[in-house]
Design a protein around this ligand. Structure first.
Ligand code: F6R
Length: 576
């Protein structure tokens, strides 16, 4: 959460930082700010709200740091916006993460006469720097990190110095190199416009960035050789290319994602007795589809644990288990902690990660990269699809069976033609306050995913249940005011789900059914039917995901919601 960026080069820093912040805005958008250094003075502009609020002015200088905030400590107010300055206005910092011992540090600094200007945990960093500065900025940063507990990536700018110093422990940080101009940022999307040559910074590392290059050291100040990598995606992927929102663009990229994912070459050793999947949110629902799939196809037991629960519940697992961490960003704090816990206790870990060289990708024993490409919309769509296809590949590989792809690319493409129907349905259903989503078996996780999509971007309350659970409580919610979205393709549990739809209809509930092309019977009892192409039972989740994404998207659009930046959320959840 929160995006940070630093720049130094020949260009005016302010517009460069502003453009970088716009790309990082998906990480948080409660406030934004920029600090530049020019002729021995720091210049600061920061504001509550979106990055665009910074556009009315500019600041001088060819070196600067910037921040876009997702609030943790302190409300989204001007005073809590980064960058922060020390009292002498010589030092400025931007921070992503949480300083857990900030209250204690604040107390200590207050006693020494520091007057704090914000309610944040981050501000202690800049005052510690000022306290420890005796002529060498790098030394001051090293002494500062010794005092900090928690997670952080922060950048430091000092008036009069032609350098940016950054430190990392637990929050992502990447350096971008482009000849006489260099960058440092939370992720590659902020730099990709300028360069594809990057250095991923590890935990407990300090980086000094100048116009000439980069010096890397550990927290004891010992120099380390930087490893330069080439990023394999480009600026077009970071642009909307005519789509109204990134989410819509990413939904429409899904046929390509399926095609790319099918090409994945997997070599899996089947030397484990149980697969234990750890993940959060949408990634955990992909994991749940994986459970149904792998148990059905490969006959290997699979457990799925929400990473935030796993890490705090004294989980039982053995060295015979394989821990599979699924994550788009590869930075989710809870999933990362689950991986670390599993490794500490001697279990083998495998990552299914989308962002190359992200923290989880670098920490797991083995890695499978999903092939979704850059996902910018906060609501995950194409990354989910890539996770599903990868899980199909794993299931068939573990079963020793051939998986050719079954014409899935064309079927996904065909399913996208439902877009205009879903646009119309959105106009019909957008005013409802509550929805139920039901599905059975392998489509139950899709009900969870569909409900999550609706909640997060349209702010409509939606609850998902295994269809068979309705009669154990949620049926009491059914009324004319609460429509039910039922995933009911012609599969082995069709008749059962069909009966559940009848139960809803008998109680005056409206039903939108997601069904198989040609199913006339379901039309007779449902208010609206969304038809999917006919596929083998196990592949329905892949197709059903698309109308569920489009339904949420168009409802949110009709309601005028900020689809790519839903309130209170951020793309990479790097805090607990
Ligand atoms: C929902 C969504 C989130 C993420 C979750 C895990 O649309 O995007 O629920 O799936 O925060 O994120 P990753 O996959 O980056 O670990």
């Amino acid at each position: 959460m929160c995006g940070i960026i630093g720049y130094l080069g020949q260009k005016e820093a302010y517009p460069v930082l502003l453009a970088g912040l716009e790309r990082l805005e998906y990480r948080g958008y409660d406030s934004a700010g920029i600090c530049t250094a020019h002729h021995g003075t720091l210049h600061l502009h920061k504001k509550k709200g979106r990055v665009e609020n910074l556009k009315s002015i500019t600041l001088p200088g060819t070196i600067g740091i910037a921040h876009t905030r997702w609030s943790t400590h302190g409300s989204p107010a001007d005073k809590n916006a980064h960058p922060f300055l020390d009292q002498s206005k010589q030092f400025s910092i931007v921070h992503n993460g949480i300083i857990e011992n900030y209250l204690e540090l604040k107390e200590e600094l207050r006693k020494e006469g520091v007057a704090f200007t914000s309610d944040t945990d981050s501000e202690v960093i800049v005052h510690l720097l000022a306290k420890y500065y005796h002529g060498n900025l790098q030394e001051a940063v090293l002494n500062t990190v010794k005092r900090l507990m928690g997670a952080y990536a922060f950048c430091v700018l000092k008036s009069g110095n032609q350098e940016i110093i950054a430190a990392r422990n637990g929050s992502p940080l990447v350096v971008g190199l482009n000849g006489g101009e260099n960058f440092i940022a939370s992720d590659v999307s902020a730099l990709i416009e300028h360069t594809r040559r990057v250095i991923y910074v590890d935990d407990f590392r300090l980086v000094k960035v100048t116009r000439q290059g980069v010096e890397l050291s550990d927290f004891q100040g010992r120099p380390l050789p930087p490893s330069i990598k080439e990023v394999n995606w480009n600026i077009e992927q970071a642009q909307k290319q005519g789509y109204k929102h990134f989410m819509l663009k990413e939904i429409f990229e899904q046929p390509q994602v399926v095609e790319d994912s099918l090409r994945l070459n997997l070599s899996l050793r089947k030397d484990f007795s149980r697969l234990l999947i750890v993940a959060c949110g949408t990634a955990s629902y992909a994991g749940l589809v994986g459970k149904y799939l792998i148990e059905k196809i490969a006959k290997i037991p699979v457990a799925v644990e929400i990473a935030s629960e796993f890490r705090y519940k004294e989980p039982l697992f053995s060295r015979d288990d394989l821990i599979l961490a699924i994550s788009q960003s590869g930075e989710t704090a809870d999933t990362l902690a689950a991986v670390r816990l599993a490794r500490q206790q001697g279990a083998k870990t495998l990552g299914m990660i989308n962002v190359v060289d992200s923290t989880i990708a670098r920490e797991v024993d083995d890695i499978i990269y999903t092939r979704a490409g850059l996902e910018i919309g906060v609501a995950s769509t194409k990354a989910f699809i890539a996770q599903l296809v990868t899980l199909y590949k794993i299931a068939y590989a573990l079963a020793g069976q051939e998986f050719s792809g079954e014409g899935l690319v064309e079927k996904v493409q065909q399913t996208l033609s439902l877009n205009s129907q879903l646009k119309d349905l959105a106009k019909k259903y957008f005013a409802y306050q509550n929805f139920l989503y039901i599905g059975r078996n392998i489509n139950y996780p899709l009900a969870l995913e569909g409900a999550l999509k609706l909640k997060e971007i349209s702010y409509i309350h939606a609850e998902a249940y295994p269809a068979g659970e309705l009669k154990h409580g949620p049926l009491a919610l059914v009324s004319e005011e609460t429509p039910t979205l039922a995933i009911c393709p012609q599969d082995s549990v069709y008749e059962k789900t069909f009966s559940n739809i009848q139960e809803v209809k008998a109680r005056n509930g409206k039903v939108i059914a997601v069904a198989t092309q040609g199913d006339e019977r379901i039309k007779g009892i449902s208010d609206d039917v969304i038809y999917l192409p006919s596929v083998k039972e196990v592949f329905y989740p892949l197709l059903a995901a698309i109308p569920l994404q489009l339904f949420a998207y168009h409802i949110a659009d009709v309601k005028g919601c900020d689809i790519d930046r839903p309130r209170n959320l951020a793309k990479a959840v790097t805090v607990e």
